[in-house]
Write a protein that binds this ligand. Structure first.
Ligand code: NAD
Ligand code: WQD
Length: 350
């Protein structure tokens, strides 16, 4: 058995897929999640898929005493920190909630980690920290800026992690900047389960396909892109999950090989390096699944950038990781999950 890892937010979309990848890689994991945007059923299904009960603690990262209990009763190598709120729109109407949950919660977690001398962390950052990129593909040294409280919270945590690295070289902090995660586990048992009408493109498409929504609104067809619609770097959630295993391996290797040299603060993009337009994704989904996706063009969505695409070079060189799965698998696996679970983890619509 390899090291023990605390997975905050492990019941969520990316966390649940990463729990499977961590299990397959031999890690022992403890999931810590307040279930504010997820369900116990995701944990049950991860246990079924891995054939092993998952150790799950319902708790909030802002709850110092609860975290202390968890750290005092386990010996962790490190933490994969997914826990956070992620809706851009909601963050604009509830900035304090986002700053409290995502920034104060992370500070609290880091303080408890320091108390127990656990100084290895992989943080869920986002391509949103690049704002409106000056050049594509975006590499990790590109300037950072954000225009909404969600993005600000990710950027603020990155600055905090950088300052920690400067203050004490026992900290090893990897900030994984995800591009656009989509898809689901190939079993169709776990996937993305938005609470409300989805804000993101792929879950919206799949809910149109399954008949829960009438039609897709495509926000803008006048961008200077291949077909006028926005371009994004969509990445399969299973590839993303493997990226976390690769990041942990890197931390383990560096901390055992270079006892006197810390990893410091290491930002790494997780993307495919390929851009796909909204219309290309819609057409691929129709082709792969045979489902109709009625759509109409509407005006641009405030805050959207025209194009976003990762340089995936650093992840390949430093972590030995690269995305393997194509747009076809992203569509296939999304549809497999959505069609088998039209109401997500809920048995019935509520
Ligand atoms: P998710 O909402 O499915 O998962 C987040 C999990 O964190 C949920 O299970 C939620 O219940 C939990 N959580 C939230 N606040 C908590 C708290 N205070 N204490 C304990 N648990 C808490 O989201 P996801 O898509 O799996 O995203 C995971 C992480 O990756 C988030 O930090 C998100 O901001 C980041 N991220 C997501 C995307 C994306 O498009 N999905 C892109 C870039 C970055
Ligand atoms: C993709 C494209 C839309 C919905 C967001 C967050 C980002 C990160 C990932 C967390 C855009 C278009 C969408 C729809 C559409 N999350 N679209 N109709 O905006 O690139 O990134 O999720 O960190 O922070 O901002 O992803 O899926 O919302 O949009 O036409 O109903 O699809 O305009 O061009 P985005 P998205």
């Amino acid at each position: 058995m390899k090291n023990k890892i605390l997975v905050t937010g492990g019941a969520g979309y990316i966390g649940s897929h990463t729990c499977i990848a961590l299990h397959e890689a031999g890690y022992d994991i403890v999931v810590y999640d307040n279930l504010s945007n997820s369900s116990c059923e995701a944990i049950n299904r991860v246990s079924i898929l891995t054939g092993k009960p998952i150790e799950f603690i319902k708790g909030d990262i802002r709850d110092t005493e609860m975290l202390r209990q968890v750290f005092s009763s386990n010996y962790f190598f490190g933490v994969i920190h997914f826990a956070g709120l992620k809706s851009v729109g909601e963050s604009v109407s509830k900035p304090l909630l986002y700053y409290n949950n995502n920034i104060s919660g992370t500070i609290n977690l880091l303080e408890v980690m320091a108390e127990y001398d656990v100084k290895n962390i992989v943080f869920s950052s986002s391509a949103t920290v690049y704002g409106d990129p000056e050049k594509l593909p975006i590499d990790e040294s590109s300037p950072r800026s954000c225009t909404n409280p969600y993005g600000q919270s990710k950027l603020a945590v990155e600055y905090i992690l950088e300052d920690l690295a400067i203050s004490d070289d026992n900290w090893n902090l990897i900030s994984l900047r995800y591009f656009n995660p989509v898809g689901a586990h190939p079993s169709g048992k776990i996937g993305e389960d938005p609470n409300d009408i989805p804000n993101n493109l792929m879950p919206y498409i799949s809910q149109v396909a399954v008949g829960k929504l009438d039609k897709l609104n495509i926000f803008g067809n006048d961008y200077s892109t291949v077909d006028g619609t926005g371009v994004r770097d969509f990445i399969h959630v299973s590839d993303l999950a493997q990226g976390h295993v690769a990041a942990l391996n890197h931390l383990e290797q560096q901390t055992s090989l270079n006892k006197n040299r810390s990893v410091g603060f290491l930002p790494i993009n997780l993307g495919t390096g390929r851009g796909t337009s909204v219309l290309e994704l819609v057409n691929a989904f129709i082709q792969v699944t045979g489902q109709a996706i009625p759509y109409q063009f509407v005006g641009r969505r405030a805050g959207d950038v025209a194009s976003c695409c990762a340089s995936a070079y650093k992840a390949k060189v430093l972590l030995g990781w690269e995305a393997k799965l194509s747009i076809t698998e992203m569509c296939q696996d999304t549809w497999n999950w959505q069609s088998n679970n039209p109401n997500g983890y809920r048995v019935k619509d509520i």
